[in-house]
Design a protein. Sequence first.
Length: 214
Amino acid sequence: MKKLLLILFYLLNFNSQAQYFDTGLDYKHKIQVGKGITLGGLALMNHTKGPTEAVGAVWAVGGVMNFVSAKQEDIYYKYEPAKIQWRKEIIPITTMFLAGAMNGINQDLLFHYHEFESTFPNADPQFWDPNISWRNKYLNGDPLQGERFLGSSTVFAGFTDGYHSTILARNLFITTSICLSPQTRGWKPFLTKTLIYSLSYGLGFELVYAKMIK
Protein backbone atom coordinates (compact mmCIF):
# COMPACT_ATOMS: atom_id res chain seq x y z
CA MET A 1 0.00 0.00 0.00
CA LYS A 2 2.83 2.41 0.82
CA LYS A 3 4.32 1.80 -2.60
CA LEU A 4 1.01 2.50 -4.31
CA LEU A 5 0.70 5.71 -2.32
CA LEU A 6 4.19 6.65 -3.48
CA ILE A 7 3.14 6.14 -7.10
CA LEU A 8 0.04 8.26 -6.54
CA PHE A 9 2.24 10.95 -5.06
CA TYR A 10 4.31 10.98 -8.23
CA LEU A 11 1.14 11.07 -10.27
CA LEU A 12 -0.21 14.11 -8.46
CA ASN A 13 3.15 15.81 -8.43
CA PHE A 14 3.71 15.47 -12.17
CA ASN A 15 0.17 16.51 -12.95
CA SER A 16 0.78 19.78 -11.14
CA GLN A 17 3.50 20.83 -13.58
CA ALA A 18 2.79 23.67 -15.97
CA GLN A 19 2.06 22.30 -19.50
CA TYR A 20 3.57 18.75 -19.44
CA PHE A 21 6.87 17.02 -18.61
CA ASP A 22 8.83 15.16 -21.28
CA THR A 23 10.21 11.64 -20.75
CA GLY A 24 12.09 11.64 -24.06
CA LEU A 25 9.62 9.39 -25.91
CA ASP A 26 6.98 10.24 -28.46
CA TYR A 27 3.30 10.12 -27.51
CA LYS A 28 2.65 6.58 -28.80
CA HIS A 29 5.62 5.10 -26.98
CA LYS A 30 4.77 6.95 -23.77
CA ILE A 31 1.39 5.19 -23.78
CA GLN A 32 2.95 1.78 -24.48
CA VAL A 33 5.65 2.17 -21.85
CA GLY A 34 3.17 3.68 -19.40
CA LYS A 35 0.88 0.67 -19.56
CA GLY A 36 3.36 -2.15 -19.96
CA ILE A 37 6.05 -1.06 -17.52
CA THR A 38 3.59 -0.01 -14.84
CA LEU A 39 1.81 -3.38 -14.92
CA GLY A 40 5.12 -5.25 -15.03
CA GLY A 41 6.42 -3.24 -12.12
CA LEU A 42 3.33 -3.87 -10.03
CA ALA A 43 3.62 -7.60 -10.78
CA LEU A 44 7.21 -7.66 -9.53
CA MET A 45 6.26 -5.67 -6.44
CA ASN A 46 3.39 -8.02 -5.60
CA HIS A 47 5.02 -11.38 -6.39
CA THR A 48 8.71 -10.99 -5.55
CA LYS A 49 10.89 -9.83 -2.70
CA GLY A 50 14.30 -8.21 -2.36
CA PRO A 51 16.09 -6.57 -5.33
CA THR A 52 13.44 -7.52 -7.89
CA GLU A 53 10.77 -5.90 -5.73
CA ALA A 54 12.78 -2.67 -5.76
CA VAL A 55 13.19 -2.95 -9.54
CA GLY A 56 9.43 -3.35 -9.80
CA ALA A 57 8.88 -0.15 -7.81
CA VAL A 58 11.21 1.75 -10.16
CA TRP A 59 9.43 0.30 -13.20
CA ALA A 60 6.01 1.22 -11.82
CA VAL A 61 7.03 4.82 -11.11
CA GLY A 62 8.70 5.11 -14.53
CA GLY A 63 5.61 3.71 -16.22
CA VAL A 64 3.34 6.15 -14.41
CA MET A 65 5.63 9.02 -15.40
CA ASN A 66 5.36 8.11 -19.09
CA PHE A 67 1.62 7.51 -18.99
CA VAL A 68 0.88 10.77 -17.17
CA SER A 69 3.21 12.63 -19.53
CA ALA A 70 1.26 11.28 -22.50
CA LYS A 71 -2.05 12.23 -20.92
CA GLN A 72 -0.83 15.75 -20.20
CA GLU A 73 0.52 16.05 -23.73
CA ASP A 74 -2.87 15.03 -25.11
CA ILE A 75 -4.52 17.87 -23.21
CA TYR A 76 -2.58 20.30 -25.38
CA TYR A 77 -2.41 18.44 -28.70
CA LYS A 78 -5.66 16.39 -28.68
CA TYR A 79 -4.15 13.15 -29.95
CA GLU A 80 -6.84 10.90 -28.51
CA PRO A 81 -10.29 10.53 -30.14
CA ALA A 82 -13.37 11.44 -28.14
CA LYS A 83 -15.33 8.45 -29.47
CA ILE A 84 -14.78 4.72 -29.00
CA GLN A 85 -13.34 2.92 -32.03
CA TRP A 86 -15.25 -0.34 -31.73
CA ARG A 87 -13.32 -2.27 -34.39
CA LYS A 88 -10.12 -1.66 -32.46
CA GLU A 89 -11.82 -2.83 -29.27
CA ILE A 90 -12.48 -6.38 -30.55
CA ILE A 91 -9.14 -7.84 -29.42
CA PRO A 92 -9.06 -6.10 -25.99
CA ILE A 93 -12.64 -7.18 -25.27
CA THR A 94 -11.85 -10.75 -26.38
CA THR A 95 -8.74 -10.99 -24.21
CA MET A 96 -10.73 -9.69 -21.23
CA PHE A 97 -13.27 -12.45 -21.92
CA LEU A 98 -10.44 -15.00 -21.92
CA ALA A 99 -9.14 -13.54 -18.65
CA GLY A 100 -12.53 -14.19 -17.08
CA ALA A 101 -12.51 -17.72 -18.47
CA MET A 102 -9.10 -18.37 -16.92
CA ASN A 103 -10.37 -17.10 -13.59
CA GLY A 104 -13.35 -19.44 -13.91
CA ILE A 105 -11.00 -22.41 -14.28
CA ASN A 106 -8.91 -21.13 -11.39
CA GLN A 107 -11.87 -20.86 -9.03
CA ASP A 108 -13.18 -24.27 -10.02
CA LEU A 109 -9.79 -25.78 -9.25
CA LEU A 110 -9.74 -24.08 -5.88
CA PHE A 111 -13.30 -24.67 -4.70
CA HIS A 112 -14.80 -27.40 -6.92
CA TYR A 113 -11.95 -29.64 -8.02
CA HIS A 114 -14.30 -32.62 -8.14
CA GLU A 115 -16.24 -30.85 -10.91
CA PHE A 116 -13.05 -30.12 -12.83
CA GLU A 117 -12.00 -33.76 -12.43
CA SER A 118 -15.39 -34.93 -13.67
CA THR A 119 -15.25 -32.63 -16.72
CA PHE A 120 -11.62 -33.50 -17.50
CA PRO A 121 -11.11 -37.08 -16.23
CA ASN A 122 -7.70 -37.43 -17.92
CA ALA A 123 -6.22 -34.33 -16.30
CA ASP A 124 -3.11 -35.04 -14.21
CA PRO A 125 -3.98 -34.39 -10.52
CA GLN A 126 -0.33 -33.71 -9.73
CA PHE A 127 -0.55 -30.61 -11.92
CA TRP A 128 -4.22 -29.62 -11.54
CA ASP A 129 -5.30 -30.56 -8.01
CA PRO A 130 -4.31 -27.57 -5.83
CA ASN A 131 -4.40 -29.75 -2.72
CA ILE A 132 -1.24 -31.51 -3.91
CA SER A 133 0.05 -29.48 -6.87
CA TRP A 134 1.39 -26.68 -4.65
CA ARG A 135 4.28 -28.99 -3.84
CA ASN A 136 5.45 -28.73 -7.47
CA LYS A 137 7.06 -25.42 -6.56
CA TYR A 138 9.59 -27.16 -4.34
CA LEU A 139 12.47 -29.57 -4.89
CA ASN A 140 11.15 -33.12 -4.56
CA GLY A 141 7.87 -31.59 -3.35
CA ASP A 142 9.45 -30.62 -0.03
CA PRO A 143 9.36 -26.94 1.05
CA LEU A 144 12.29 -27.61 3.39
CA GLN A 145 14.51 -28.40 0.37
CA GLY A 146 13.85 -25.04 -1.22
CA GLU A 147 12.58 -23.98 -4.61
CA ARG A 148 12.45 -26.44 -7.49
CA PHE A 149 14.10 -23.78 -9.66
CA LEU A 150 14.88 -20.10 -9.27
CA GLY A 151 11.64 -18.20 -8.75
CA SER A 152 9.45 -21.32 -8.76
CA SER A 153 7.66 -20.24 -5.57
CA THR A 154 7.24 -16.58 -6.60
CA VAL A 155 7.52 -14.97 -10.01
CA PHE A 156 7.62 -18.25 -11.98
CA ALA A 157 5.04 -20.15 -9.92
CA GLY A 158 2.74 -19.98 -12.94
CA PHE A 159 4.86 -22.67 -14.61
CA THR A 160 4.53 -25.20 -11.79
CA ASP A 161 0.85 -26.15 -11.54
CA GLY A 162 -2.63 -25.56 -12.92
CA TYR A 163 -3.78 -23.22 -10.17
CA HIS A 164 -0.89 -20.79 -10.65
CA SER A 165 -0.80 -21.19 -14.43
CA THR A 166 -4.42 -20.05 -14.69
CA ILE A 167 -3.58 -17.02 -12.53
CA LEU A 168 -0.65 -16.27 -14.84
CA ALA A 169 -2.83 -16.65 -17.94
CA ARG A 170 -5.55 -14.46 -16.44
CA ASN A 171 -3.07 -11.71 -15.58
CA LEU A 172 -1.45 -11.88 -19.03
CA PHE A 173 -4.83 -11.60 -20.74
CA ILE A 174 -5.80 -8.62 -18.56
CA THR A 175 -2.47 -6.94 -19.25
CA THR A 176 -2.85 -7.59 -22.98
CA SER A 177 -6.35 -6.14 -22.94
CA ILE A 178 -5.22 -2.98 -21.16
CA CYS A 179 -2.16 -2.51 -23.37
CA LEU A 180 -4.12 -2.98 -26.61
CA SER A 181 -7.07 -0.87 -25.57
CA PRO A 182 -7.20 2.25 -27.81
CA GLN A 183 -6.88 5.54 -25.98
CA THR A 184 -9.94 7.76 -25.78
CA ARG A 185 -10.58 11.19 -24.32
CA GLY A 186 -13.31 12.01 -21.83
CA TRP A 187 -15.28 10.29 -19.07
CA LYS A 188 -18.12 8.90 -21.18
CA PRO A 189 -15.89 6.60 -23.33
CA PHE A 190 -13.96 5.61 -20.20
CA LEU A 191 -17.08 4.55 -18.31
CA THR A 192 -18.52 2.79 -21.36
CA LYS A 193 -15.34 0.78 -21.92
CA THR A 194 -15.09 -0.05 -18.23
CA LEU A 195 -18.63 -1.46 -18.34
CA ILE A 196 -18.06 -3.44 -21.55
CA TYR A 197 -14.73 -4.87 -20.36
CA SER A 198 -16.25 -5.84 -17.00
CA LEU A 199 -19.20 -7.55 -18.70
CA SER A 200 -16.85 -9.40 -21.05
CA TYR A 201 -14.73 -10.61 -18.12
CA GLY A 202 -17.84 -11.67 -16.20
CA LEU A 203 -19.27 -13.52 -19.21
CA GLY A 204 -16.03 -15.47 -19.66
CA PHE A 205 -16.06 -16.38 -15.98
CA GLU A 206 -19.72 -17.40 -15.99
CA LEU A 207 -19.38 -19.51 -19.12
CA VAL A 208 -16.54 -21.59 -17.72
CA TYR A 209 -17.30 -21.63 -13.99
CA ALA A 210 -21.05 -22.23 -14.15
CA LYS A 211 -21.67 -23.80 -17.56
CA MET A 212 -18.67 -25.69 -18.93
CA ILE A 213 -17.19 -27.22 -15.77
CA LYS A 214 -19.79 -29.21 -13.82
